[in-house]
Write a protein of this length. Sequence first.
Length: 227
Amino acid sequence: MCKLTNGHFGQIIGPPLLEAMLAKYGLALFARVVATLQVVCGILLLSQRFSTIGAVMLVPMNLSILAVTISQNWNGTPYVNGFFTLLNILLLIYDWHKLKVLVNPKLASSAKATVIDGHTYNIYNIAGILFASVAIVASRLDIIFTNAFAIAGFVCFGYAIIQVKAISKMQAIIVALVMLNMIAITLAGRLVPFAQKLVLYNTLLILVLTGLSFVKKLNPADRLPAV
């Protein structure tokens, strides 16, 4: 979104002026298409309902971005993008029970929906997709409306997950903190010092809580059962 608004939307990784940079080579439209598809992948991932599709679409994009940062000798950025690519691969591994059908159609009968899959097609999920989509259009018109629709989308996506009864309290807190971070990053351009500290402390807390959720041995009743 930062690329689509020429640097006016909050961000943690650049380049924010991608369109202006590539316009010198007659590739302004290409830059806009790339930025738009990045946002579309993000919407699909956040939606949960279409997260697997988003994760698949993100692989070639992450690899292409990684290749560009390495070829341009950007300091530190290749490591960040390499980490994002690793997370992307882990998402695909996590969703292997859905993707295995593409490798062997005979496995279709063994694919089972999780509790999350069964509860992500709701009004909050749909509203999040609509708000985020409107934010893409608003990015060419007004930054205030862009921020407002983007934040509304984050809130809807977060609540769509939190309201699932099978989600534990710790998982709900982690999701809420992640969405709070995204809102803080969105507003970072106007609240720079406060937003940076909030994102830093929240990220540390998210990492601690996530680590605890993995270390803790859950009872069978606490696990997300298949629908």
